[in-house]
Design a protein around this ligand. Structure first.
Ligand SMILES: [Mn+2]
Length: 328
């Protein structure tokens, strides 16, 4: 039997996100320590995590030191991969220059796996029971469903558990870059993801593949979904070629209403309402609505001017990167 404890994007940082009313650094430390305690209680073989360990590719030394202290307390190895927040400009080749790489050097039990063709093997004796693979965030993830399949040769009968930092979700969102669990192609038997902080819990597909995103470890934005969701980890048990997942709520996570300032949402809603009123005022002569979404503006201009799709994609990715500072 092999057991793991999985937890979503920690987004370690030394300052409070703008909507947090408690101490964010104290919150992530308490949650990680509870995760370690749960792992010890359930005697897991390793902790697994989908990336966005840090909120930024290069954090302050004080934050790196705090993270190193807490990670060093983990009672079992921790495996993760690079999330979009861990690397500069979506460039996983620059991983060597990041704070996450430094953390990996400082903390002996932390390993960052960025090659989907390299499996980490677990199991009693010489026969591996589980082959664990990771796909880091990159410009390719979610393009034609990319990112959710191991790229190694199967290792005997080892159970194939794959973890990716991508937008794998169970419903169609109001943005373009995503992959649906219902449609994704994978040779894995179990697929875990982060990136989408809300998570959808557990999804068991008709073909037997199990998908899970329990949500991120911390509440970063004051959206309704972030306020109301349960902060939880996932206990994974693999035995006799069968995989099982149990979601474990974290006791150290304070209720969303206690740590997130809702007045900000209300202000944002008022702003959105004012923008819509403004748009209605300046409708074009043809009655066409004025575009207020920056992505739509860029796509509309590009279409008019005949800009190459690659240039448009780069521009949108730069904007997306700038938006990340707001937290996703
Ligand atoms: Mn994230």
């Amino acid at each position: 039997m092999t057991k793991f404890l999985y937890f979503g994007d920690p987004h370690i940082r030394g300052t409070n996100p703008r909507n947090r009313t408690d101490s964010y650094p104290e919150a992530w430390k308490a949650k990680l320590r509870e995760i370690w305690a749960l792992g010890k209680l359930h005697q897991v073989d390793a902790f697994l995590q989908p990336g966005d360990t840090f909120d930024l590719p290069d954090v302050a030394n004080s934050v790196l030191n705090d993270a190193a202290d807490v990670f060093s307390e983990a009672p079992a190895p921790i495996y993760t991969t690079a999330g979009n927040h861990d690397i500069p400009g979506y460039n996983v080749a620059a991983f060597g220059n990041t704070s996450l790489r430094l953390l990996e050097r400082i903390v002996p039990q932390l390993r960052v796996v960025n090659d989907p063709a390299k499996a980490v093997l677990f199991g009693p004796g010489a026969i591996p029971e589980v082959a664990l693979t990771f796909t880091p965030y990159s410009g390719n993830i979610d393009r034609d469903g990319y990112g959710y399949s191991p790229e190694n040769e199967p290792v005997g009968d080892a159970y194939r558990l794959h973890i990716a930092h991508g937008m794998l979700i169970d419903h169609t969102p109001p943005f373009d870059r995503f992959t649906l669990v219902q449609e994704v192609k994978t040779t894995a038997q179990m697929v875990f993801t982060g990136h989408d902080h809300t998570g959808y819990g557990i999804y068991r597909r008709g073909d037997g593949v199990i998908f899970c995103n329990p949500g991120s470890l911390t509440r970063l934005s004051a959206s309704q979904g972030e306020i109301s969701r349960t902060i939880q980890a996932a206990l994974i048990t693999i035995e006799g070629g069968q995989g099982n997942i149990e979601l474990l709520p974290l006791q150290s996570a304070k209720p969303g209403e206690e740590v997130l300032d809702r007045s900000r949402i209300e202000k944002d809603q008022q702003r959105q309402y004012a923008m819509e009123n403004f748009a209605a005022l300046i409708q074009t002569a043809g009655g066409e609505r004025v575009r207020l979404d920056i992505n739509q503006i860029i796509e509309a201009v590009a279409e008019k001017e005949g800009v190459a799709p690659e240039v448009v994609r780069l521009a949108l990715e730069k904007i997306e990167a700038a938006r990340m500072a707001e937290g996703r």
